[in-house]
Design a protein. Sequence first.
Length: 474
Amino acid sequence: MKIKTRFAPSPTGHLHIGGLRTALFNFLFARHHGGAFIVRIEDTDRARTVPGTQEEILAILKRAGLTYDEGPDVDGKYGPYVQSERTELYRKYAEKLVASGHAYWCLCSVERLEKMREEQKKRSEMPKYDGHCRDAHCSPEGAVLRLKIPAGRTIAFNDAIRGDVSFASNDVDDQVLLKSDGFPTYHLANIVDDHLMEITHVIRGEEWLSSTPKHLLLYEAFGWKPPTFAHLPLILSGEGGKLSKRSGHAAAIDYFEQGYLSEAILNFLVLLGWNPGGEREVYSLKELIEVFDLAKVNKSGAVFSLDKLDWLAHEHMKQADPKRLVKLVEPFLKKKGLEPPRNLADILRVEQQRVATLSEVGEETQFVFVDELNYKPALLVAKKSNTEEAKDRLGKTQAFLTKLSEKEWGTATLEKKLLAWIKEHTLGNSQTLWPLRVALTGREKSPGPFEAAALLGKERTIERVEDAIQRLSS
């Protein structure tokens, strides 16, 4: 049997970070077993559909590298399946349920349903449809279609993550399957599509666990074999509750816009519920495909930690190819008003050892992007030193650097020669290197003077040392 999974988001708002994790787990499971992964847009709730959301979801999947394997042809490429384009199909299967006695038409008004639920709450009962139209043989005109839940049954299944799970059918509502506007609800369209698309494993969030008995009854009503279900644990906020939009960390797009590398985001998400065993935590997407095991997914909720994300982001940033980072970082630099220089790859080799996100690039190396620095002359004076000594060291350093050739102008060579020269003339590292670094960067905290000089080049380095001397002289 070929493994086949799907990611089926609803375009009703920004993709939740938990939704991206669901897509990732489905992708990894399918790829690990050499199976197929598909994407299906479940947009049958027309009232809640937000324009542009579908495009955003697909763009995020593309940026994350979660490619899918089949779907309608769109300009020579796979497009996602879209449920709103398949409504006639769902209607056909809905009528089969009516004909077999597993569903019925309901004409109860919104007012009656609201009153019914209020009375149930007063009696401390679980709100559910009371079956008023079950045997009324209502006309389908303007009606909704409801699933007829059998009474007195136990609905059980084995969850790939949670083990044996069971529900009492008396606690399950007669779910609406087809709305009065002719569009199916999630429950009907989801089951029909999963069957027709031959989905073998449904990996989804824990919030769908209570819907599973309804889905199993639908499979039974159609005479179809159900897929294997696996319900992922909730993602919790630092306070312990479910991660929500109010927490400010819920939208997946935010992390890409903040400049987190896609591989860092995916690495972080997979650890929210999946435990590979051992101490290793940093993985590439390719490595995750090789080691992913659904059996190692935890049942309990996983706490979302920005500190953990930042740590993983920094680890992935350090390992990234600077040439690849060049294209990725350019939009972030331009947003800050910084024009990417020709030696951006060299700058990134320095920056990637210090930053976690692309949006941070240019903060510590802004001195490379600007022509003039803004700092107070007093910053040039090292601790336990004075203005005259700082001026003297800068003058001597300038003379020494002027003698070096362009071939010697690299971080390692500059460090080796400068340190040897300082030692030979007993000038003191702190008294010499502190004013040099400030002269080149204009900051108290920045890359070291050797890195800064290498990034600036010989001509700009000499000019900035001269400028610093002038500041101390005025």
